[in-house]
Write a protein that binds this ligand. Sequence first.
Ligand code: ZN
Length: 231
Amino acid sequence: MTVKHHPSEALLLAYAAGHLGEGLSLLMATHLTYCPDCRAAVAEAEAVGGAVMEESAPVVMRDGALDALLGRLDAPAPEARRPAPPSVTRRRPASSPARAVQGGIALPAPLKSYVSDLAGARWQWVGPGVRQLDLMQRPRGRDTARMLRIAPGRVLPHHGHEGLELTVVLQGSFTDEQGRFTAGDLAEIDRDGSHQPIADSGEDCICIIGTDAPLRFSGWVPRMMAPMMGF
Ligand SMILES: [Zn+2]
């Protein structure tokens, strides 16, 4: 299997630094199970990041700073506390290349904790020939991750994006304005991009899609349907 479509360098670095939300991280981790080149790039970025942390010069504290700090431990607690800032490092699924067959699909390891029983899963109808499975179970901010099952030859509505949209193919293939995507390929569409994926003929195209902001549909029917489908 040869992966032809990879994430941008900026996206690889953001993933390595733990700056992506859960949905996009899951997509990246899934692509990495197919792609030794991107695994190596992430490992390199992590090594560089770790080295920078280790080589950072320690901060010199002024005389008496430790005593002052210890003294404050005995002081009464303040009435109100500021809420803790949001954590920069998000949960990042593991990206080992192991795969397990579930429901006829070779499921990459990062997806295992999101899909417990694919064979018995209840797919939600999205449109003619298109079904989806919400992988996140409960909303986490603006992040989404879903699995799509698209019948051969089916055309998805033309849409743009408020943020990033990542797609990784698990089985079958689709074609859009960027080219043809087969198993392991990652499609990256930013807020300036729009596309209209068409599932290739032959077998169902099964892919996962992650976003960090809502999609923008062009036609009035998809626009009307989108909120009901959770897009
Ligand atoms: Zn890659």
